[in-house]
Design a protein. Structure first.
Length: 582
């Protein structure tokens, strides 16, 4: 048997042990940093154990073989008037999974008869495994091959060969602070732990109905479907959750699928959306407007300077032939949160289907599809600490209406005939686990994110002049800070910061054009100011240390760029600045 085969075989056996192989391996000190500090997995003896405080102010708890250690931040508490969140750096300290968590004090080494974890001087953790010559080989702990190496010693070589190639951009000595949570989120270690069995020993096709492997995978995907439904207040067992590859597919299926049915059955040919929707929604609407036969008419609602839709304008835009209203819940670029409940009420009163792209909202703010009168809702896995490549679409099946969609993918008729294709159980399970965690940790996450966002905004505005927050100050998700820095071109600032922090520019610049963000322009932000914006995304695993380092880097870079800019001198003198962008 090859080493790789032994690795896979070992993982299949390892799940039957009292503490899973993955759980023994994927651990690190300071694991209390994230939500694992608050909720130990159900595989421990007390999944909801409240953590106590140790003598140093850190949170700690033990349960069976669980030992978690966290540390507060007094400087943060002093600056905000609140207790510092007990979170430490995700990449170096959150490599633990729920089953068989093993934590250690900072700088410690865990050893067994065959394997060891060692923390390097940079804070990264590695699995060390003895090779044939007695020397320890370094193995990536985020790998199934690494997990197998703990059970089958010979698999260490396979693990090293398949997983140890270093990234030239992300390594131990340099990993920029991650502040781009609107683009994607890291997979929560507990989500990874839930997924691992379905990547190894439990690999059945969920649509195979003739044997145990298929039944097992089908049961897992159905549990995930129920977890998703529970998070948004949908009806479990009513076939209202359709798995997709992500929010882009969900948005396409919702808009084009609903339009296909409504056009033929109810003669509807009008759709309403906003000027600041995600590009996949806007592109879907454009496609409907270009149909060669009976094209749809699209109304693009403007938004105010705060990014919010005028509800009176929405009401006035609805016509007898209006079939769909599609409004994003939380905007991915500026974090503005629309009044979804009121929009849903208007749509229901006018017998119009209401779709919302909730990719940025799911798991971050409470959603109840019944109370909000939502008929179609799009979900993305990798925006809520789940895996990439999986999403879902909520489709109302109960009173007061049953929504029907025309399939956009033809095939075997999976997903209740709505979306053909074999489901990936590991991804479905990951999305379900992420939704389950989000439901339990929403309030804690919101409090943590809000504290850090306010802290970051205050520090930046205290140290820099002419910094503007784009979008509503009150109706917004706090984890999205879209800031404009007058007289500093966003792309130049982005390049100056690239080694220190990972963020996105508010400008939708490409190699072919320098057009500013259409979202910011829709708010009435001047072209000059729109070119100076950056989006800072804060999430579950963001730390005070990362915010402090980011602020220091931003202040330094902005100051340096402004010192070199004649525009800044004109701005300080009170002269109008008008830049002609190419």
């Amino acid at each position: 048997m090859s080493l790789a085969s032994r690795a896979v075989s070992a993982l299949g056996r390892g799940r039957s042990s009292a503490s899973s192989t993955a759980g023994r391996l994927l651990s690190s000190s300071g694991a209390a940093a994230g939500s694992a500090c608050r909720h130990v997995s159900s595989q421990t003896s007390n999944p909801n154990k409240v953590l106590g405080r140790d003598a140093n102010g850190g949170a700690s708890a033990t349960s069976n073989n669980v030992a978690l250690v966290g540390r507060g931040d007094s400087a943060f508490g002093a600056a905000t008037g609140t207790a510092g969140p007990t979170r430490t750096h995700f990449h170096s300290r959150m490599m633990s999974t729920s089953s068989g968590l093993v934590g250690a004090a900072r700088g410690a080494k865990l050893t067994s008869s065959s394997t060891a974890f060692q923390r390097s001087s940079s804070g990264a953790s590695h699995l060390l495994h003895p090779s044939n010559n007695g020397q320890h080989q370094r193995v990536n702990p985020f790998s199934t091959a690494a997990a197998a190496a703990a059970t089958v010693p010979e698999a260490a070589a396979a693990a090293a060969n398949t997983t140890s190639s270093p990234s030239p951009l992300l390594n131990e000595t340099h990993r920029p602070a991650y502040l781009d949570y609107q683009a994607t989120t890291p997979v929560d270690p507990r989500v990874l732990d839930a997924m691992l069995p379905y990547l190894t020993g439990r690999y059945g096709n969920p649509h195979s109905r003739s044997h145990a492997y298929g039944w097992d995978s089908e049961a897992a995907t159905e549990r995930a479907r129920e977890q998703i439904a529970k998070l948004i207040g949908a009806r479990p067992g009513k076939k209202e959750i359709i798995f997709t590859s992500g929010a882009t597919e969900s948005n396409n299926l919702a808009i084009k699928g609903a339009a296909g049915y409504l056009a033929s059955a109810k003669k509807k040919r009008h759709i309403i959306t906003t000027e600041i929707e995600h590009k996949c929604v806007l592109a879907s609407c454009i496609e409907l407007s270009k149909l060669p036969v009976d094209p749809w008419e699209v109304t693009y609602l403007p938004v105010g300077k705060d990014g919010l839709v005028d509800l009176a304008q929405l009401h006035a835009a609805i016509r007898p032939d209006t079939g769909i209203v599609s409004v994003m819940h939380i905007n991915n670029e500026i974090g503005v949160m629309q009044n979804i409940a009121e929009i849903g009420k208007i749509c229901r009163a006018n017998d119009v289907l209401f779709h919302t792209d909730a990719a940025q909202a799911i798991g971050k703010v409470p959603i109840d599809v019944d109370k909000m009168n939502i008929d179609l809702l799009s979900i993305s896995g990798h925006k809520i600490y789940g895996p990439k490549g999986i999403g879902a679409l909520y489709v109302r099946k109960g009173a007061p209406r049953r929504v029907r969609l025309r399939p956009q993918i033809d095939g075997g008729g999976q997903e209740f005939g709505t979306r053909s294709g074999t489901l990936p159980p590991h991804l479905c399970v990951g999305l379900g686990a992420a939704c389950d965690l989000a439901e339990r940790e929403m309030e804690n996450d919101k409090r943590h994110v809000e504290q850090l966002a306010n802290y970051m905004h205050k520090r930046l505005t205290d140290q820099l002049d002419a910094v503007e927050l784009n979008g509503s100050l009150s109706e917004r998700y706090p984890g999205n800070l879209n800031l404009s820095f007058a007289c500093v071109e966003g792309e130049s600032l982005l390049m100056s910061l690239s080694k220190a922090i990972s963020v996105s520019s508010g400008s939708a610049c490409t190699s072919a054009s320098l057009e500013p963000s259409y979202v910011l322009r829709a708010l009435g932000v001047s072209e000059d100011l729109a070119h100076t914006s950056l989006r800072f995304g804060i999430g579950r695993f963001t730390t005070v240390e990362e915010i402090d380092n980011a602020v220091d880097a931003i202040v330094s870079a902005v100051t340096k760029l402004r010192d070199m800019s004649p525009l800044w001198e004109l701005h300080q003198e009170g002269n109008a600045v008008n830049v002609q962008w190419g």
